[in-house]
Design a protein around this ligand. Structure first.
Ligand code: ADP
Ligand code: MG
Length: 258
């Protein structure tokens, strides 16, 4: 049975895609079978996994509209060692097309149930909004991984996300829980970041992952080579942190009932 996790935060540029592709690569490197689902029309997770979004014949868009199965649309990216259900600009139209369809928030859930035995982990990279696409992700998932920078406004944005997750949990997906908050782009020399990090731990306790992802230029460079940092430069500090995070995830899900 695959464990399905959304990487979500309605803010843009907070490290969702970087976390999704590097966690996927980290999990693959320790022998886990992984499917990465790109739910962002920007297709950054697709490109960042060595898959050309413009060359894809089938994407998550076709899956949401039930014109293709996950098996048909997912591709294996050899360089990174996991499967990718890709996205491109076409996906931005899905929001409008789904409005009039039944089970519109549960399209992805239904589609993923058909590949349940094929993967250990399904990771869903969400767009920077609390849109119908994100709802499809949240309705499909056992849990949410929230990457965040330890900045003053980070806590403010978190309230909206936590409320959305609570609503989805209450009304649509009783399985859904916050797995954890992942501190990313962390610079321990910045006093404010330390303070926000301490506040996070006070508020959220063990919902804050032990692993901290440092700010690391190799992680930022990797996408221009179409690779996750973990694959592009496994010895970089940021890559090592993501491998540690992958191990932490494996440990966490053993303890939780999903
Ligand atoms: P999102 O998907 O939330 O919009 P991204 O993962 O695309 O965010 O990250 C935003 C930018 O920050 C990208 O340019 C990315 O390369 C960079 N970035 C993300 N994480 C790190 C990190 N740990 N160190 C340095 N740069 C990072
Ligand atoms: Mg992104």
């Amino acid at each position: 049975m695959a464990k399905i996790f959304c990487v979500a935060n309605q803010k843009g540029g907070v490290g969702k895609t970087t976390s999704a592709v590097n966690l996927a690569a980290g999990l693959a490197s320790i022998g886990q079978r992984v499917l990465l689902v790109d739910l962002d029309p920007q297709g950054n997770a697709t490109m960042g996994s060595g898959v050309d979004k413009r060359a894809l014949e089938l994407t998550v868009y076709d899956v949401l509209l039930e014109n293709a199965s996950v098996k048909e649309a997912a591709v294996h990216s050899e360089q990174v060692g996991y499967h990718v259900l890709g996205a491109n600009r076409e996906l931005s139209g899905a929001e409008i097309e789904l409005v009039s369809l039944e089970r519109r928030n549960e399209r992805l859930k239904g589609a993923l149930s058909t590949v349940d035995g094929d993967y250990d982990f399904v990771l869903i990279d969400c767009p920077p909004s609390l849109s119908m696409l994100t709802l499809n992700g949240l309705c499909s998932a056992h849990g949410v991984i929230v990457p965040m920078q330890c900045e003053y406004f980070a806590l403010e944005g978190l309230t909206d996300l936590v409320n959305t997750i609570k609503q989805v949990h209450a009304n649509m997906n009783p399985d859904l829980q916050i797995i954890g908050l992942l501190r990313v782009m962390f610079d321990p020399r910045t006093t404010l970041q330390q303070q926000v990090s301490d506040q996070l731990k006070d508020h959220f306790g063990d919902k804050v992952f032990d692993t901290v992802i440092p700010r690391n230029v190799r992680l930022a460079e990797a996408p221009s080579y179409g690779l996750p940092g973990v694959v592009f430069d496994p010895s970089a500090k940021g890559s090592k942190a993501f491998i540690t995070f992958a191990k932490e995830m494996v440990g966490r899900i053993k303890k939780m009932r999903v």
